[in-house]
Design a protein around this ligand. Structure first.
Ligand code: LFR
Length: 484
């Protein structure tokens, strides 16, 4: 029996999961989990990339300690961030986090030359302050001049492990630098950044073989033999692969640090309405597109938890939130002020004070305010998704850690008046493993992979139980007023 390892690193935690196909079931087990986060280094919030590499090896040593001698392995992480590598093959600095303040104003600077509409038409990618396009625009020119390779974070990790470098497309598309029509980096945008095509290793699709872990690491650590496969290296791309949607009337919501809500398309949708609503067309595995929107997500809950000295577990926070009344405040959860505030609790309370709303004080009230407004935004986007793609939706598949929050799932089902299927919580790692299994021919294709997930994991169904007359309309009105 083959053993597959998913290295899945999100902005707040990372894990190694072991997967095997036993009879007609996909069986997974977590072998190692670790914290992740950025730290201030000088002016900037930086990822601790050497620490992440160390944790990958620690996890692989645990695999070997179980007597497993041979595995295949795939790596996925969050998107948009990159590592600059010099001529000597070493990183030139730690990667700066997308939440760093350096790009807050950059969209305006860059779009004074090329309009937003023009960039959108080329790339089909949503305008987020932190896209790689804007990060590279603000990059230290002296460092860029010394840069031999620009590697997206998961490509960098694969490079450190194997010595081989590629640019995998599901993640590369989030740079907002790939040309949709040409399927390559866009020459004009590269020129604007004074970055050359040759600084990016060649583009590859998800499922491409990368190489073996080099002997240097085998001498240093007790590792299994490892064939590294470049999976859908963007965590959201892996999550969508691992989402057990069937037919074409389902939407996905990958619920973690971010909430990524959208639907899978086979042809990108970058028309005027998608542009106006700032929807993105991120490239997926096997010729698909993730037509989606970023919503602030559980980041807000994670930060509030820190404000309360991490004394509550996420389950306790959800329990306390469910005892409060929903919709006591309307918040624009996607406001820039919630991207990286010094204190999230204070940021939420200030917002409520400024807008003359009840100020949430207790942990339950704060978390309820976040859940209520996330659910409102989900419902709002379900409507927009159907309008823009001109196809009805009858089901929302919620995956990721957030799919375990029953209260939030029910709120979402009620507000959007849609059937919610929750789970699996580990869809990202599953998608990572499925791409490996498709590469080794243990699974036939994407549809077969999703069917395997469907039959291997217990999913929960939520049906609308009630509605909240006028609440979604008030939320939409609040957003419209904010825009004007
Ligand atoms: C989710 C995610 C999103 C991306 C954001 C920043 O973990 O990858 O898809 O927009 O993080 O990279």
């Amino acid at each position: 029996m083959k053993t597959y390892i998913a290295v899945d690193i999100g902005a707040s935690s990372g894990r190694l999961l072991l997967g095997q196909k036993k009879a007609d079931q996909l069986v997974i087990e977590e072998v190692h989990r670790f914290e992740n986060g950025f730290k201030k280094e000088g002016q900037h919030d930086c990822w601790q990339i050497d620490y992440l590499i160390q944790e990958i090896f620690t996890g692989l040593e645990k695999v070997k300690a179980r007597g497993i001698k041979q595995v295949t392995l795939g790596i996925d992480t969050w998107a948009v961030d990159y590592v600059l590598v010099g001529d000597d093959g070493q990183k030139l600095s730690n990667p700066i986090s997308y939440r760093d303040a350096r790009t807050t104003e950059t969209i305006n600077k860059l779009t004074s030359r090329y309009s937003k509409a023009y960039i959108y038409e080329k790339t089909g990618i949503q305008f987020l302050n932190f896209n790689t396009l804007y990060q590279l625009y603000e990059e230290d020119r002296a460092l860029l001049a010394k840069t031999d390779k620009i590697l997206m974070v998961p490509d960098y990790l694969g490079y450190v492990l194997t010595g081989n470098s590629v640019t995998e497309v599901t993640n590369a598309s989030t740079t907002q630098m790939l040309n949709l029509r040409e399927g390559l980096f866009d020459q004009q945008l590269l020129e604007q950044l004074q970055v050359s095509q040759s600084q990016f290793p060649h583009l590859v699709d998800a499922g491409t073989y990368l190489g073996k872990i080099t002997n240097k690491w085998h001498r240093q650590y007790d590792l299994p033999e490892c064939d590294v496969i470049t999976v859908a290296t963007h965590d959201t791309a892996s999550a969508v692969v691992g989402t057990p949607g069937q037919g074409d009337d389902w939407a996905f919501l990958s619920s973690g640090t971010w909430s990524l809500i959208g639907r899978e398309l086979t042809v990108p949708e970058n028309g005027p309405m998608a542009f106006k609503e700032n929807y993105t067309n991120e490239w997926g595995a096997y010729g698909t597109y993730r037509f989606l929107k970023n919503i602030m997500g559980l980041w807000m809950v994670q930060q509030v938890r820190h404000d309360f000295d991490d004394q509550y577990s996420f389950a306790e926070m959800a329990q306390l939130a469910s005892q409060e009344k929903p919709f006591r405040q309307l918040l624009d959860v996607n406001h820039q002020r919630f991207i990286n505030p010094t204190n999230m609790t204070v940021a939420i309370q200030d917002y409520c004070r400024e807008t003359n709303q009840i100020v949430p004080e207790s942990i339950g009230q704060l978390v309820n305010a976040i859940y209520s407004n996330l659910a409102l935004d989900y419902a709002n986007q379900i409507g927009k998704l159907q309008t823009i793609t001109k196809k009805p939706l009858h089901q929302l598949n919620i995956v990721g850690g957030g799919s375990n929050i029953a209260y939030l799932n029910q709120l979402t089902s009620n507000l959007a008046q849609i059937k919610v299927i929750a789970g699996p919580g580990e869809a990202t790692a599953l998608g990572n493993i499925l791409v490996q299994m498709i590469s080794t021919k243990e699974v036939a294709d994407l549809a077969a992979g999703r069917a395997l997930v469907q039959q291997s994991f217990a999913l929960k169904t939520y049906l609308p139980e009630t509605d909240y007359p006028g609440v979604l309309a008030s939320y939409q009105q609040m957003l419209n007023q904010e825009e004007h």
